[in-house]
Each structure stands twice: as structure tokens, then as C-alpha cells.
Ligand binder design. Structure first.
Ligand code: ZN
Ligand code: ZN
Length: 139
């Protein structure tokens, strides 16, 4: 069992285990959201995530179309998870909220066109994309 929570613990998620889809995103919206040079999300099927607490919601337009809804703690301001209109079956969980240094590494690094040049996401078989990669060109 893996868990994610905000800084103060008011919002907590119960997760089924390590995610098989971890994505590092270098878009400027993720930079502003996290306050860090990039954001990392672990994606899970929505029905496998149990949410406790009453997060607030911030909605913005996604660069790839549709809207993204970020759920954050009103007390400590951590964003714990988000959902995208384009990907309604999945929930993105902030990898930092899981706080497990042994968790799975990203398999995709997206929006590298706005990546800070000193940031390098490394790993075997990792997919590097200049944009969001929302279009399904393969698989
Ligand atoms: Zn909190
Ligand atoms: Zn992003």
C-alpha cells in the first residue's frame, strides 16, 4: 500500500501500490504550480484511489486542450492530485506527496521545450517529448 498526503496531512490518498505511469513535466504551468523547475505525476486509474479530506480545486486550461483540475489543501496549500478532462479515467498524484524515494522513476519527460537546461531526467527507455504527447501516435 502506498499513500500520498499534503504537508499537514488533512488530505490523504490511499493508493494501490507503485504507479506504472510516472511522468515528469517541464511545462511552465507545472513550474509555477510546484514552485520547482518541473512537476512529476504518478498516474492511477481513478477507481483505485481513495481520497480522504476535503481539498479545494483550482481549474485551468490544459496546454493540450480541455481543463485540468488540481486538488489542494486549503490549510497547507500542497497540491496532492489532479484530474484532466482529456484523461478522465486517470488521476495524477504529485510524486512529492507520496514522498517515497524508492518509488518508480518517470517513463516520460514531457514539455522539454521549457525544461531548465541543468535538469536532466535519465533512465533506460525514457521517452523525451518537446510537447505534451497527448496525441496517441503509437500503441
Ligand atoms: Zn494540508
Ligand atoms: Zn506540466
Amino acid at each position: 500500500m502506498t499513500d500520498a498526503r499534503c504537508s499537514c496531512g488533512a488530505i490523504a490518498l490511499s493508493l494501490p501500490g507503485p504507479s506504472s505511469l510516472v511522468v515528469a513535466c517541464h511545462c511552465t504551468d507545472c513550474q509555477r504550480r510546484t514552485g520547482a523547475p518541473f512537476g512529476v505525476g504518478a498516474f492511477y486509474p481513478v477507481e483505485e484511489v481513495k481520497i480522504s479530506g476535503a481539498p479545494r480545486e483550482y481549474v485551468r486550461a490544459a496546454e493540450s486542450g480541455g481543463k485540468v483540475r488540481f486538488h489542494f489543501c486549503a490549510d497547507c496549500a500542497s497540491t496532492v492530485y489532479w484530474s484532466a478532462d482529456n484523461l478522465p479515467a486517470m488521476i495524477g498524484v504529485a510524486v512529492g506527496a507520496i514522498a517515497d524515494p524508492n518509488g518508480p522513476a518517470p517513463i516520460k519527460s514531457i514539455f522539454e521545450r521549457s525544461k531548465h537546461p541543468w535538469v536532466e531526467i535519465v533512465g533506460a527507455g525514457i521517452e523525451h517529448l518537446e510537447h505534451g504527447g497527448a496525441r496517441k501516435s503509437s500503441s
